[in-house]
Design a binder for this molecule. Structure first.
Ligand code: ADP
Length: 613
């Protein structure tokens, strides 16, 4: 399918514009919300393989709080829990409680001792309001800890990711979950711009994204992270065995006391302690969800845009719509397919690129097809009109030639008659040739394929040759042709075409006038215009008819009844020729009182509309 290269350039430009618009739209906050919602839906749809959890929660729940003296006795309660867990030799203990206030000396002493009894303790810190300093645990606790990790979550309503790194101007902290993993493995954190390496575990968390790590929560249907409350532990000390070899996350889970309650993508609410433990599980199991690298997301969008463009370039009708449907389906499914391979492909740029590019490509090709249809229809109409023109204008000279040649062939005519007929055949065939030339010129002008000739001639010359040609026609009806004084100003344009126009007005004047009337040709100069009028005393027209006579194929009823009407094309060609010369045609007429056609042409001015369409 070959198309003009300008159209192809516009098509490619439109597609590139749509592609960019879709990418820009992908940056808006609305797009981010859509991406998050899509992430949650995919999260719920996809069930990751089950895994053996490596963490356990030591929870201070409602029951524990009620029994052990409420929030004022939290340190004592925590100490009680840790004392019982210590004998089970857990792997590491992360405490989700900011132990920064002075507290009760006795409770502090007990907690300090309990901390000393468990291995690999990780304490929590939090950014103070203003974000310029850390709210750290008391030094007495800190010295018992292997590390201090921050407990910040991302500020979204749904907790999808945790920032593994958080820093004030001078002091950078790793997240509690990461510190717990590091403490349990007794390893160092090695950094690269894209990842963190702890032991042999490579964690995808880019520095450019605040080292955000998407959290893999335990899916519904799988045993949750085990959970033992301090109260239960006190009642059944044997439960301590469940902590052996596990990384313990200790903290408050009671609804009334836990301030950090959030939603997970599974639409379950979770307290901070569970979120930290889940982040730990994500690292420990190595079940990371990686955001798709930018080049990949961009390539997918580019592929979709190219697919949309090629589809509507090479296909049409239902095959195009079928392929477009497949592309749309692929765009909607690609993020999920990537998700099942642990890659998070942004949903809105992918989908909006596909939609926008397909709609634009489809719309453009639809309009292009319509334009082509319109053009071929116009060509068909023009061809039809050309046929009418041929039959209408060329029949008369042909009939004359045919009749004359038959006369010459059939009868033995005297020499002078024979010469007269030969001259007639000659002049009619010349007229025919001229008509063909005019016909082709008007056709080419109409199609914008030709520039007007730029000849100089005067109104008297033009009128004289036309009057000469129509003299016999007028004589036949005993119509007097009066040519008044005409302005000598020179005109510029195609003389042949202009002659055709004036000749047509003159023959109409004769055709639509009764015998023994007068046709007057007059002219005048009006500033930069030359006006030529052809006035008759014929059948005339009313105002409604005058408005329509330049339409192709229109003929007045009066003209039809007179038996003189032709095909109604002549005046439309006259108007086209005059307007191509930068002029106008005006008509004054009334029924039964004759008509006056006035052609106004620019005098000595270059032809304004030459060669234009
Ligand atoms: P044609 O004369 O072949 O029918 P034209 O396009 O030249 O086609 O004219 C269109 C119609 O305009 C004519 O059929 C006739 O009804 C009307 N008309 C044109 N010239 C005159 C005139 N001088 N007087 C009255 N009617 C005219």
């Amino acid at each position: 399918m070959r198309r003009p290269s300008r159209h192809n350039a516009v098509y490619i430009g439109l597609l590139a514009g749509s592609f960019l618009a879709a990418l820009v739209a992908g940056w808006t906050s609305l797009a981010v919300e859509i991406d998050n919602a899509a992430y949650d839906v995919m999260y719920r749809l996809y069930r990751p393989p089950h895994w053996q959890t490596q963490s356990i929660l030591l929870a201070i729940d409602e029951g524990t709080l009620k029994e052990s003296g409420g929030v004022s006795a939290l340190r004592r309660t925590l100490a009680e829990g840790l004392e019982r867990v210590a004998s089970a030799r857990p792997r590491a203990v992360a405490i989700d409680m900011i132990l920064s206030d002075p507290g009760d000396p006795a409770d502090n002493a007990r907690l300090e001792k309990a901390l000393a009894a468990v291995p690999n303790v990780v304490l929590s810190c939090d950014l103070l309001p203003g974000g310029e300093a850390w709210d750290d645990p008391l030094p007495r606790f800190r010295q018992r800890a292997a590390a201090v990790g921050h407990v910040h979550a991302n500020p979204d309503v749904v907790s999808r990711a945790v920032p593994l790194e958080k820093a004030t101007a001078r002091d950078r902290r790793w997240a509690l979950a990461l510190e717990a993993y590091r403490a349990a493995r007794k390893a160092e954190v090695l950094e690269s711009p894209r990842d963190l390496l702890v032991g042999d575990r490579l964690i995808p968390a880019a520095r450019s994204d605040a080292r955000a790590m998407l959290v893999r929560y335990v899916p519904p249907g799988m045993a949750p992270i085990p959970h033992v409350s301090v109260k239960e532990l006190k009642q059944q000390p044997a439960l301590a065995a469940r902590f052996t070899g596990k990384t313990v996350f200790a903290g408050v889970t009671a609804q009334t006391a836990a301030r950090d309650r959030m939603m997970t993508p599974y639409q379950r609410s979770a307290v901070g302690l569970e979120i930290h433990a889940s982040a730990f599980e994500t690292i420990a199991q190595g079940m990371f969800l990686r955001p798709a690298p930018e080049w990949l997301a961009l390539s997918v969008c580019l592929l979709l845009a190219a697919g949309a463009g090629l589809t509507f370039f090479f296909l049409a009708g239902w095959p195009a719509y079928l392929v477009a449907g497949c592309i749309l389906g692929a765009a909607h499914l690609a993020p999920y397919w990537a998700f099942t391979r642990n890659v998070v492909l942004p949903y809105s740029p992918t989908v909006s690129t596909a939609w926008l590019c397909l709609v634009v490509a489809g719309g453009y090709q639809y309009l292009a097809v319509r334009r082509r249809l319109g053009r071929s229809e116009a060509e068909r109409v023009r061809y039809q009109q050309a046929m009418h023109f041929v039959t209408h204008e060329m029949r008369t000279p042909l009939t004359a030639i045919q009749g004359s040649s038959e006369l010459m062939g059939r009868y033995n005519l005297p020499e002078d008659k024979r010469k007269q007929i030969a001259a007639l055949i000659n002049s009619e065939s010349k007229r025919l040739a001229r008509m063909i030339e005019i016909f082709l010129s008007v056709e080419r002008l109409g199609a914008g394929q030709m520039e007007l000739k730029q000849e100089r001639f005067t109104a008297p010359e033009l009128v004289a040759s036309c009057v000469e040609r129509m003299r016999t026609l007028a004589d036949r009806k005993q119509i007097r042709v009066v040519v008044e004084a005409l302005p000598e100003a020179s005109l510029t344009g195609d003389r042949e075409l202009m002659e055709y126009a004036v000749y047509n007005l003159l023959t109409n004047a004769v055709k639509y006038s009764p015998a023994q009337t007068t046709v007057t040709v007059s002219g005048k100069r009006e500033s930069d215009r030359v006006c030529l009028s052809v006035k008759d005393e014929g059948i005339g027209m009313d105002q409604a008819e005058v408005k329509k006579i330049f339409q192709k194929f229109y003929r007045t009823r009066r003209a039809e009844q007179s038996g003189e009407a032709g095909t109604g094309i002549g005046l439309s060609i006259v108007e086209q020729i005059v307007s191509e010369h930068g002029g106008t045609v005006e008509v004054a007429s009334s029924p039964g009182r004759g008509s006056c056609f006035t052609v106004a042409l620019p005098a000595q001015a270059p032809v304004a509309a030459a060669g234009q369409n």
